[in-house]
Design a protein around this ligand. Sequence first.
Ligand SMILES: Nc1ncnc2c1ncn2[C@@H]1O[C@H](COP(=O)(O)OP(=O)(O)OP(=O)(O)O)[C@@H](O)[C@H]1O
Length: 614
Amino acid sequence: MLIDQIIGQEEAVETIKKAAKQRRNVLLIGEPGIGKSMIAKAMAELLPPEDLQDILVYPNVEDTNNPLVGVMPAGQGKKVIENAKKQNKGQEERRNILMITIIAFIMAIGFLTNQFLSAIIAVGIVFFALYQLRPKGQQSTPKLLINSDGKEVAPFVDATGAHAGALLGDVRHDPYQSGGLGTPAHERVESGMIHRANKGVLYIDEIGTMTMKTQQELLTAMQEHKYQITGQSDNSSGAMVRTNPVPCDFVLVASGNMEVLKDMHIALRSRIRGYGYEVFMKDSMKDTPENRKKLGQFVAQEVKNDGRIPHFTKEAVAEVIKEAQRRAGKKDALTLKLRDLGGLVRAAGDVAVEENAKEVTVEHVHEARKQSRTLEQQIADRYISQRKEYSVFSNEGSKIGCINGLAVIGNSSGIVLPIAAEAAPSQSKEEGKIIAAGKLGDIAKEAVQNVGAIIKKSIGTDISNYDIHIQFVQSYDGVEGDSASVSMATAIISAIENIPIDQTLALTGSLSVRGTVLPIGGATYKIEAAAESGMKKVLIPASNMDDVLIDKKYVDQIEIIPVKTLTDVLEHALVGPQKDEFIKSLKENKIDKIKNYIPNPTDIINSKPSKSNN
Ligand SMILES: Nc1ncnc2c1ncn2[C@@H]1O[C@H](COP(=O)(O)OP(=O)(O)OP(=O)(O)O)[C@@H](O)[C@H]1O
């Protein structure tokens, strides 16, 4: 069963089991690739297949534009259609015999009375009359709209991104609707995904991308458990047709990330909440022997599902588990973004196949990791090498106002983000200006404002007496700069105080308004990027130290220094003769207070540490 293959999402699995029993709706919220659609599919397997139904549409003699609907147990529909066809055939045969007899009779009389021409005309009239009167076979045969014959599991219908017609059903246009030449209305009725999901699961990912109108209709269908099918295009003759209500008793499993909730119809969400469950799925699990074993099971599953790649050696599985630790990006955790990890498993398998190896080894996994780099990783790598070439940042000596910040692009690629600050006494009498160049202008301005308070408190300088220019040098589009606040503060202080910054050092960290350094995401990737860019030291928030899982090859290349406060940062980052004096005065002033400060929860929330782009 699929449900047994789901790894690490115990809570979601429990909920799904409960929901399947009671036929409840479910909203799954979480990152992409953690098994949301897999869970929905597993739920369909848990629903009882005995409930499945066949649905037929019949012509309505009284009102052809209002086809009738029949519902029966699975398997019956086919029989009804077969019987109707047989009956039609019998009737047609009888009618044909009658026609031939009449024609023969008229011809015989014409022959006897020598009135050939009149007889032929009479035959023509009779033939035409009978043809017009004859109900066409297909007109009276019902259409099997939903055929559940022989199905052993309840349907799972993925309606992600479906437009209204596909989702709610449609009636095709008929250009020959007049004169009896056209296709009868009931024949043109097409079922929607909501009808095909009858007694099963309707899965919709990114439900917020559906129009409000469609979401509203979906809600109606959920409430009524049936939905009339009509033509969805106003200009089509299909829009004139409306069937009797067609059953659509499905369980809705909607999914997406937190963003999706914003665009979700309020009543629809409330319906799910009221008649179902909401689950916030995990993106990582604890690093325990048991969970590592589960990842081993996952590797085996992926190998089996793929069917074309050899098995993994124990060591190769261990290597995949190590990668899961790295990707989790925090201490004692294993990633649950298993679609991506499955990608690595397949890529390693492909390398092994290419080499005609019988088993997938550690080397194959290493090679796969290199080959299956994400787009962001490839961009980051190119970016690092280009920046080295054009010396956008320096990794030696010292400079005033220039610092090597670190950022993450995508989910798993670090880059060095050089920041340059200039401070000049303000021209105007009012406040000084903050001029932020580069693509991250807005974030910079906000950060400078925050930093201003700390600088005032720590070194007594009012930055509003200065015009401050700050620039993220050649920043890349996808970079977010929130976690650059420690770097920015350092660059500004260096610029104001004229104390140079060590360029062999890179740093990352989010600054609280009280001067403590708060944790950030992607620590491992940032450190690796710093090492790759030739840095010798890297400062990271002390609270991130346990998250660091850098590749062996970088271990000797770079010194990792944990920092707790802005003073710690300045102590490591600043160099030159004035430094000691400055740090001393800083400490004597008020920094001690800050040093002993334990971050309060509000600071932590404001620092958004879980965002990996930080
Ligand atoms: N928790 C899990 N257990 C086992 N396999 C998983 C899990 N999560 C993901 N996978 C693997 O990844 C594949 C893709 O997962 P799935 O499509 O369910 O992700 P998703 O969360 O629905 O992503 P998206 O929202 O982007 O569609 C699955 O077919 C399975 O092979």
